[in-house]
Design a protein around this ligand. Structure first.
Ligand code: BTN
Length: 329
């Protein structure tokens, strides 16, 4: 359904603002001029604006807000992403949808992306606010068949790779990872990640890595409870970003990172990369999961990705899971 629309949009992306001839598109795509015209009309009714450049063709001059599946597909094709990527205008949670599809036997890897989530989930049972159509809500489904030991540093490694890719792509030197998997910039959270797995005897059978990335939201327009703590890439950079290009790059980056993770013989050691992007090193923190939180000074992670905490008695302890709060020095 989207193939021809996506091919047409790909031609506009390749032209990079220059006019594209309808005749030439029809010839190169092996379809009639009428088919090209019909698809342009359909894209126009979805909010795209193509200005006619006399005797030269059309220019793509406006893209409607939110994600459009054919344009996303065009970007993914340019980045040569081969995995199946499905866009849903609305879903309860992309993680839940990916889990349902895995349970139903869908071939992995695949990606589920949504325009909005009605029941977006965060870590530790929290809600992930997912109303903003200019942010990304994506889940990546895999069937690793690896032992749980081998998966220990998975979420941290994936978070670090996403952090590194975004920091380089946008020249954002202040982008950091707050253990275990929040992306933060100038004290505001830009992204959160939620990994969920299903075990089969002694192997991880179904694995879903979900990420919510705030791309173009204005923190002031977010719900009151996150207004003072949430950020976005656009807020950090001072200008809006191309949502489709961000979505495609995130997808390509996560799939690459997974391939690298899966193909390494042993669980990757996150220490070197973590030390580059660690937002907590040397800071007084409390870490709690249930019960009384542990207080100490953060000293990086161990080879499994557990947070190292220097306790007031001078001893060093490794914390596997929990929520970190910064304490006043
Ligand atoms: C957190 O920081 O608490 C993790 C947030 C993870 C949110 C993402 S959005 C896409 C995917 N679907 C969900 O329901 N949650 C994750």
């Amino acid at each position: 359904m989207y193939d021809l629309e996506s091919s047409i949009l790909k031609a506009f992306l390749l032209a990079d603002g220059a006019p594209v001839s309808g005749d030439r598109m029809a010839r190169e795509l092996g379809v009639s001029r009428v088919s090209v015209w019909q698809r342009l009309e359909r894209l126009r009714s979805a909010g795209f604006v193509f200005d006619a450049a006399p005797r030269k063709g059309y220019r793509l001059t406006h893209i409607p807000p939110g994600l459009h599946p054919a344009l996303l597909d065009a970007h993914l094709r340019l980045l040569k992403v081969r995995a199946r990527v499905d866009f849903l205008p609305e879903v309860d949670s992309t993680n839940s949808e990916a889990e349902r599809r895995l349970a139903g036997g869908a071939e992995a890897p695949f990606v589920v992306l949504a325009g909005r989530q009605t029941a977006g989930r965060g870590r530790l049972g929290r809600v992930w606010h997912s109303e903003h159509p200019e942010n990304l809500y994506a889940s990546f489904a895999f069937r690793p068949f690896l032992s749980p030991d081998r998966m220990q540093s998975f979420t941290l490694m994936m978070g670090l790779r996403v952090c590194e890719r975004l920091a380089i792509r946008h020249a954002l030197p202040g982008l950091r990872l707050k253990w275990p998997n929040d992306l933060v910039c100038s004290g505001r959270k830009l992204a959160g990640m939620l990994t969920e797995a299903r075990m089969d005897s002694d192997q991880v059978r179904d694995l879903v890595f979900g990420i919510g990335l705030n791309v173009n939201s204005d923190p002031a327009a977010l719900p009151a409870e996150v207004r003072d703590t949430a950020g976005s890439l656009a807020h950090a950079l001072g200008s809006k970003l191309d949502l489709h290009a961000e979505a495609a790059d995130l997808i390509a980056g996560v799939l690459d990172a997974y391939e690298e993770f899966e193909s390494s013989r042993v669980a990757p050691d996150p220490r070197a990369l973590f030390s580059k992007y660690d937002s907590l090193r040397g800071r007084p923190v409390s870490v709690g999961l249930r019960g009384t939180p542990l207080s100490g000074v953060a000293e990086g992670v161990d080879e499994r990705g557990a947070l190292l905490l220097r306790l007031p008695d001078g001893s060093l302890t490794a914390v596997n899971a929990g929520e970190v709060t910064l304490r006043k020095a």
